[in-house]
Design a binder for this molecule. Structure first.
Ligand code: ADP
Length: 717
């Protein structure tokens, strides 16, 4: 509560007290009582001197004069002598002067203090011991928006935001109890009269022992805003650093890492802490072959220039990665390096792609083939060394020209056909054509042309790989001519064999019948030699007949072959065994078989194969009775038949020979035969597109295998 009096109140009180003093003294003097009542004058004198200072002394003088007048007029002698009254008035003036001087000095001090309080520059308030505001300056009124009268008497905590109130109340209470005047600071939030909030920095100091507190505060709303925005920027930066796929780093002036972003764990396998704890790691991770790159970086930093290098680093797990290391130094005012900021980017994938690309490029370059890249309209884009060698054009002569420069005049339509195929995204494989060299000569080429697509899958050009097949073409033409000759000769030979065996039959039949006639008529009628000669002649003639018949049968395999038809080999085997009934019975043979398939074959020829093989299997038996087993298994796109016996077997060195016409391993006396059976089998099987071979060991029996390709009815043979 402000106890200060207004000037009107002061004047009224002073007048009242003065009148009272005059009246009291007038009464006292008139009754002869003096001194004691004159002391009453001290009251208005003190008040006047205190309130009005020098003007108060004048008032005292006037009052003293009044007192003297009272003494003279009213006092009966010797109540107060005039000298005594003058001395008293002098005392009045001295007291008044002293009080006026003290009051004036006090008032100046207070004025100074008020000026400081109001113009201190920060909002300030004085709190009483209960935390109530005793005084608040203009600055505080401005910041909080309340007039001083509305603040005085209220608790300071009443102006603090809800969430902060109890914290600050405790804080103030603590300060209130605390001794000493050391100011303390804290940040808090005030609520303005208009409801808005103000961030403030509160400074609290003790006002004196048991005197409450002086608080002052600065509006730090702007500073807080800046702090918040800095904080946001920091979070933003940290989140970027944590998420961008690069490792960010800072080095101090001695190029030791002071910061490295957490992504270092992904890239190097080492976390930021490991770099901090082991500064040598910074250099240590660089691949030993790339240490020179670091020296280059140091040179650039010392020159105060940015750097950018590609180097290999060895990760914690020993694997090697390629990185792009770039950064720049910050210099101080003297030009010395203050710090360096930079980043690592993983470029391993790009490097690998580059290596692969250069590897492929070197393959293309070193290839013997003509490898050309061209656009969709046929403009040549690339030309390898093979193209230079094979066409005679240098790369600089070809690149930029149209591909038709290589196309002979009679094939000009081909270029558009090829480009159209490529535009449709199709490939052209082993396209055989001709191209013209720079010297005008023509070469045979085999081209494989593929579309080139961009990342979006759109066809943007073509690659053409060409092989010079001039030599091969020549060789093929020669081969064809040989084959033609061979076929012709073969046909002639077959014809000859057929004609010879056919035409020889007639005269041979005559020779045979006459020598037999000779034998019938003259055997035993001439001498012994004649009988023997006749016997040889008969035998020779019949053997020659057999041979000629076999030869005829052999030549007929291809000349008299029938079209292939569905043939049930199991039925066919049955018929064959019926044909061989006598041989089987005579030799006590047992022929067994597995289920056998239906194949496309010349039935009578296949029957011949079965007959020859089974007949041989029985004929070439050993000491045991012949056991023959026929089976068939599918293997891929063919049937593999086998005829297995328990006969005498064959030595491996004869495996091929036995299939040659008239080749036998035994004399006629040992085993009858002409040596043509297997040759006929081979010829028949080859006519069917199959193979025939034998597996055997002497004394262990033999197994003859032959294959018949699986064909559908109507398949082209
Ligand atoms: P041939 O039976 O008329 O002698 P082949 O051409 O049928 O003529 O046979 C040629 C030779 O192959 C036979 O003389 C024989 O030495 C041998 N040979 C063929 N089949 C068998 C077999 N199953 N066991 C042992 N040797 C065989």
């Amino acid at each position: 509560m402000d106890l200060r009096l207004t000037s009107g109140q002061q004047r009224f009180i002073l007048l009242l007290v003065s009148l009272l003093a005059v009246c009291v003294n007038a009464v006292a003097l008139s009754r002869g009582v003096t001194t004691i009542y004159s002391h009453v004058f001290y009251i208005p004198i003190i008040l006047a001197s205190y309130w009005y200072n020098r003007r108060g002394v004048l008032f005292t003088a006037a009052l003293s004069a009044g007192y003297l007048a009272l003494v003279v007029v009213l006092a009966p002698d010797p109540a107060e002598t005039l000298p005594e009254a003058c001395a008293r008035s002098g005392v009045f003036l001295v007291v008044s002067g002293v009080i006026a001087t003290l009051a004036s000095s006090l008032s100046r001090k207070e004025q100074r203090y008020r000026t400081i309080f109001e113009h201190i520059g920060s909002a300030t308030a004085i709190l009483d011991k209960k935390g109530r505001i005793r005084q608040a300056n203009y600055e505080m009124e401005t910041i909080l928006g309340y007039p001083g009268s509305e603040m005085v008497g209220r608790k300071l905590t009443g102006f603090i935001a809800d969430g902060e109130r109890s914290r600050i109340a405790n804080y103030l209470a603590g300060r209130m109890q605390g001794r000493g005047f050391v100011p303390a600071q804290c940040e808090t939030l005030f609520v303005r009269r208009d409801g808005g909030c103000v961030d403030v920095l509160l400074t609290i100091a003790g006002a004196g022992e048991n005197e409450g507190l002086v608080i002052s505060f600065l509006d730090i709303t702007e500073k807080k805003k800046v702090e918040r925005s800095l904080q946001e920027t920091r979070i933003f930066t940290e989140s970027i650093i944590a998420n961008v796929p690069v490792v960010v780093y800072s080095l101090d002036r001695s190029l030791r890492p002071t910061f490295i972003s957490p992504k270092s764990r992904d890239l190097f396998g080492y976390g930021p802490g490991e770099f901090r704890d082991h500064p040598d790691l910074w250099e240590g991770i660089v691949h030993e072959d790339d240490r020179h790159a670091r020296r280059h970086i140091i040179d650039r930093i010392n020159e105060g220039r940015p750097y950018s290098v590609e180097e290999r680093v060895v990760r914690k797990d020993g694997t090697v990665r390629w990185v792009h290391n770039s950064g720049s130094p910050t210099l101080d005012e003297t030009g010395a390096v203050l710090r360096v900021d930079g980043s690592f980017t993983d470029i391993t994938n790009r490097k690998e792609a580059e290596e692969e690309h250069s590897f492929l490029a070197s393959i293309v370059e070193s290839s013997d083939a003509t490898i050309i890249g061209k656009t969709l309209d046929g403009t040549i884009l690339s030309w390898n060394r093979g193209a230079e060698r094979n066409t005679g054009y240098r790369a600089d002569e070809a690149i930029g020209n149209h591909i038709s420069m290589l196309v002979p005049e009679d094939r000009t339509g081909e270029t558009e056909m090829i480009l159209n195929t490529i535009r449709q995204g199709k490939r052209l494989e082993h396209f055989e054509t001709q191209r013209v060299r720079k010297d005008g000569s023509i070469m045979d080429v085999s081209l494989t042309i593929s579309p080139i697509t961009n990342a979006a899958g759109r066809v943007i050009g073509a690659s053409s790989i060409g092989r010079d097949i001039t030599e091969r073409k020549k060789a093929e033409a020669q081969l064809r001519s040989y084959a033609r000759d061979l076929k012709l000769r073969n046909e002639e030979l077959e014809q000859f064999a057929y004609v010879a065996s056919h035409d020889l039959q007639e005269p041979l039949r005559m020779v045979a019948s006459y020598v037999q006639l000779l034998k019938r008529r003259y055997e035993g009628r001439l001498d012994e030699d004649a009988d023997e000669f006749i016997h040889y002649a008969v035998d020779g003639a019949s053997r020659m007949q057999l041979l000629i018949n076999d030869l005829l049968a052999f030549s007929r395999v291809s000349t008299r072959g029938k079209p292939f038809e569905e043939t049930d080999t199991e039925t066919l085997l049955g018929q064959t065994l019926r044909n061989l009934k006598i041989q089987i019975e005579e030799s006590d043979a047992l022929v067994t078989h597995d289920p056998l398939p239906v194949v496309m074959a010349d039935t009578s020829q296949l029957s011949q194969v079965f007959q020859n093989l089974i007949s041989n299997a029985i004929k070439f038996h050993g000491s045991d009775a012949p056991r023959v087993h026929v089976s068939a298994q599918q293997s891929g796109d063919e049937w593999v038949f086998s005829v297995k016996d328990n006969g005498i077997g064959i030595e491996q060195q004869y495996f091929d020979r036995i299939f040659v016409i008239f080749q036998r391993l035994h004399s006629k006396a040992e085993y009858a035969g002409t040596g043509i059976g297997l040759a006929i089998c081979k010829r028949i099987i080859e006519r069917h597109g199959g193979r025939i071979w034998v597996a055997s060991e002497p004394g262990e029996g033999s197994t003859f295998f032959f294959t018949i390709p699986i064909r559908e009815v109507g398949d082209h043979v």
